[in-house]
Design a protein around this ligand. Sequence first.
Ligand code: F6P
Length: 535
Amino acid sequence: MTNTQSGGARPSELPAWQELAQLAASIADVPSIELTKQRHTNPASTIDVAGLHIDFSKQRINDSIATTLVLLAQQSGLADAIDAQFRGDHINNSENRAVLHSALRAPKNKRPASVADSIENEQQRLLEFAESVRSTQLRGFTGKAFTDVVHIGIGGSHLGPELVYRALGPGDGPSVHFVANVDGAALAELLPKLDPERTLVTIVSKSFTTAETKANADSMRSWFIERTGRPDAIASHFCAVSTNLDAIDEFGLDRNRVFTMWDWVGGRYSVWSSVGLPIALALGREGFLSFLNGAHAMDDHFCHADWSENAPVQMALSSIWNTNFLGATSLAVLPYDRRLALLPDFLQQLDMESNGKRVHRDGSDVTINTATVLWGGEETNGQHAFHQQLHQGTQSFSADFLAVIEPDHPRQEHHNALLANCLAQSQAMLLGRETDEAHRRVPGSRATTTILLAALTPYTMGALLALYEQKVFCQGVIWQINSFDQWGVELGKQLAEPILAALVDDSSKTNTGDAQDPSTQALLAQIEQKRNHHE
Ligand code: F6P
């Protein structure tokens, strides 16, 4: 029995799913180390691709489980779904859109014909723009070179660019500052340090309707005009990335400095597009293209490698195994490298916004668990904080450890210690500790994957992000959900409007406040009372 994504058996009705449920019961009391020893002969327990070494040997998987998980992928119609993604079918069915971010990182001759030219055009424009800022050929209205860039955007228009910039930047480009949240503290802290004559502002918003981004963009514009007295110079200090060109025109930007994107690129998948401008500013043309090439190498592997040795497929299958069969309620992402500190934040949006869904593609209820909570923390700090819960807590979780073999600094002895800690933590989670003293007992047998990067380069960074993107895609296919919409976030945006009106508008406060639920009404009253008290 197979599922073609167009109806048919639900995930839990597939024969492989049912077999996996039995296999899970059969290993319930088997320590992970026994499973690990069995799998050492199986090549699929490690995969090498695009400068990444991915080690699944600490997962609670033996050979029969590994084989049955691949069967599950087959019965879920994954092969057809991969073809559909790369062909440009409208697999984002609730918005009737294609999902073609992979085309952004493909070489020109491998892009679907329908998008090939427009991608090439925008990519060249972006890279030329970035190079002209980097070379200081492009300057501010008083002829001074740009030393600072303020990147305004949130969610997918922020997390990827900041992650990659912090990991690989600033290179020899200008300093990029990221302003995402609507909390005015970010601008209050940043603006006094900036010289408007040397500042370039990039407003990045696929929709150009996002409230936080609009508020920050408006404040940036006011600051620029207040400081320079030159509203006419906005066009030479502001640029934008968006699909909403009308809104951009209204904001008053020069179209030559506006980069478009397309409705077939989801926000959280957009780092490969012009949204990646900070990356191009930091790394230049060659570095940006290398970032795309690394991601394409992962896509290529994803499309062609046998599923038993296919990194995104195996990442997805082990995650499904942990979530749906072993009861994991969270995935901890634990980078042992300062440069990857923002990876958990990026993956949180990628995974939870894509797969935090409760209906199947046809709108019927999902009856199994979909995305778990993804969280994480950087390096050895977590060992002195939350790792206690991972070692001895009662909740079931899985974890991804990440480390980079080559440091980006000369302190090799520190780096050895960092790597040793990374391996020791995953080893402790595998082996645990048996002792008669109950308080000291560590159960072990926690499911973890370790990803080693030979070096952190634009290429391996691209491969790493594409690995997780395609992993999330495979999970969505197996769960039969649409990973490319995000209707859930709309509700909060809508509700914020009348609440904001109640906070700022005295005349409507009583009426709008009354329209709120009793709890929110009471909180609004508290804010009003405390504000008055301070006045
Ligand atoms: O609110 C969620 C969301 O729509 C994300 O999906 C998106 O990445 C983010 O907001 C920002 O959207 P935009 O780029 O349209 O400003």
